[in-house]
Structures are given as C-alpha cells and as structure tokens.
Design a protein around this ligand. Structure first.
Ligand code: SF4
Ligand code: FES
Length: 246
C-alpha cells in the first residue's frame, strides 16, 4: 500500500505546530498502525530527519498510552480498540491519513503526538484508591462476599485504561467517563465504602481543578472508548456525589 500521511509536528509545548506531509510506500496490510509509524520513523532517521514522537508502551491495548487521533477519531476508525491494536488493513491503498495528538486544554502537547496526561494521575491520587490495614491482620479479600452482578459491573468499570480518548472525543473535553469509571470501580464493592464520600468529592474537585469540561450527555465518549466503558458510570458518579453531599 502507498499512503500519504499528514502528521502533526510540534517541536515543544511553545511551538505553534503544523501538519507535515509524508509519503510512505510498501505498507503491508498486516502491519499494526504503530509499526507503520516505526517504518516512517526509520525512513526519517535514515534521511537524518527528526522522527515523529508518539507515545506507546504495551502495544496490546492495556497501558493506554497510544493516544492518537486518526482521521478525526480517537484511536482510529475501528470500535473498541486502541491505536496500537489498529491494523493497516483498515485502510486502502492510496489513502490519506491524518494523525494528530489528543486535543484538550487539560492535556497539553509535549511534542508532536505526545500529550501530558498527568492530570489523570492527579485525579487518581485524589481518591482512586482504598486504604488497607497491612499490619498483619488484613482480612482476606476472598472472605468478603460480593454479589456476582456487583463484582461484574465493578470489573467492567475497572477495565478503563486511562487512555483519555473520552476527553479527546468530547466537545467539552470532559473527563467524566474516566472519573465515573474510577469512582464506580470502588463504589460497587464493600472495600470501597469506607472512603466513598471523600473519594467522589475529591476526585470530582480535582477533575474541575485540572480544567476538564462538563458532561452534556452527548455520549461520544462511550462510542470512542476502546474499553466500552458505559455512560452508566457517569450517572453512578453523579449519584455518589449527591449522596456524599448529604
Ligand atoms: S473511559 Fe475509556 S476512553 Fe476514557 S480513559 Fe477510560 S478507557 Fe480511555
Ligand atoms: S501502546 Fe499500550 S494500549 Fe496502545
């Protein structure tokens, strides 16, 4: 396959940035999208040009770092996969592909396609944990009975990989799907009850402090989430917040 790539290049946070065109030949449909970028970078290095900076780690849909906006969609055209799980067979010979970073005020661009998502870390640190007695008298988690439905729903929420596609897709740059998933993960389990009120209040306060927008129930986040995190988690977070206020 022969492709025209239009890639966002930005030297650093202060650079204005621009789209740069690249031609790439002999792209196999069996390559992953990131392998295709590796080949482009090798070509750039061979020509003594600066390679394109992009985030990646696991390359198997687990770590959530491969934050790419591909042809105007978070993680590309296929549903419920990350950019690293996308394959070039989803494109055609002669295609033009636009590759851009996540765009949100709370995710400033570091370089090229890499954004700073430490705002998510700070939201997690504000309450995305449980305090456990590790003195030696810790109760075995398996000894606490949990209804199957609650365990399953909590597990579904826990599959959020913190990729930020929900924020990048939302017209308001809202992080409520991410925070909703993290709050739900604990709110549904007995271990999460002790700190439940403080958790939701602190995580929502940190989310607002970081400059994420509000939810207007558009639902784009759920459509583009690679893990299929449901909007129900936002509703649950709002219920937890109201409960905490009383
Ligand atoms: S809710 Fe979905 S899109 Fe948002 S950070 Fe979690 S996995 Fe990514
Ligand atoms: S590189 Fe880890 S999810 Fe894509």
């Amino acid at each position: 396959m022969k492709l025209t790539l239009k890639i966002w290049r930005q030297k650093d946070a202060n650079d204005k940035g621009r789209i740069v065109d690249y031609e790439l030949d002999n792209v196999s449909p069996d390559m992953s999208f990131l392998e295709m970028l590796d080949i482009l970078n090798q070509q750039l290095i061979d020509n003594r040009e600066e390679p394109v900076a992009f985030d990646h780690d696991c390359r198997e849909g687990i770590c959530g770092t491969c934050s790419l906006f591909i042809n105007g969609r978070a993680h590309g055209p296929d549903r419920e996969i990350t950019a690293c799980q996308l394959h070039m067979r989803s494109f055609n010979d002669g295609d033009t592909i636009y590759i851009e970073p996540w765009r949100a005020k709370a995710f400033p661009i570091v370089k090229d396609l890499i954004v700073d998502r430490s705002a998510f870390d700070r939201i997690q640190q504000a309450g995305g944990f449980i305090s456990v007695n590790t003195s030696g008298n810790t109760q075995d988690a398996n000894a606490i009975p949990i209804a199957k439905e609650a365990a399953d729903t909590a597990m579904d929420a826990a599959t959020c990989i913190g990729c930020g596609a929900c924020v990048a897709t939302c017209k308001n740059s809202s992080a409520m799907l991410f925070v909703g998933a993290k709050v739900s993960q604990y709110a549904l389990l007995p271990q999460g009850q002790v700190e439940a009120a403080d958790r939701v209040k602190n995580m929502v306060a940190q989310m607002d402090l970081e400059g994420f927008g509000n939810c207007t129930n558009t639902g784009a986040c759920e459509v583009e989430c690679p893990k299929g995190i449901s909007l129900e988690n936002i509703a649950r977070m709002n219920r937890e917040l109201i409960k905490a206020a009383f």
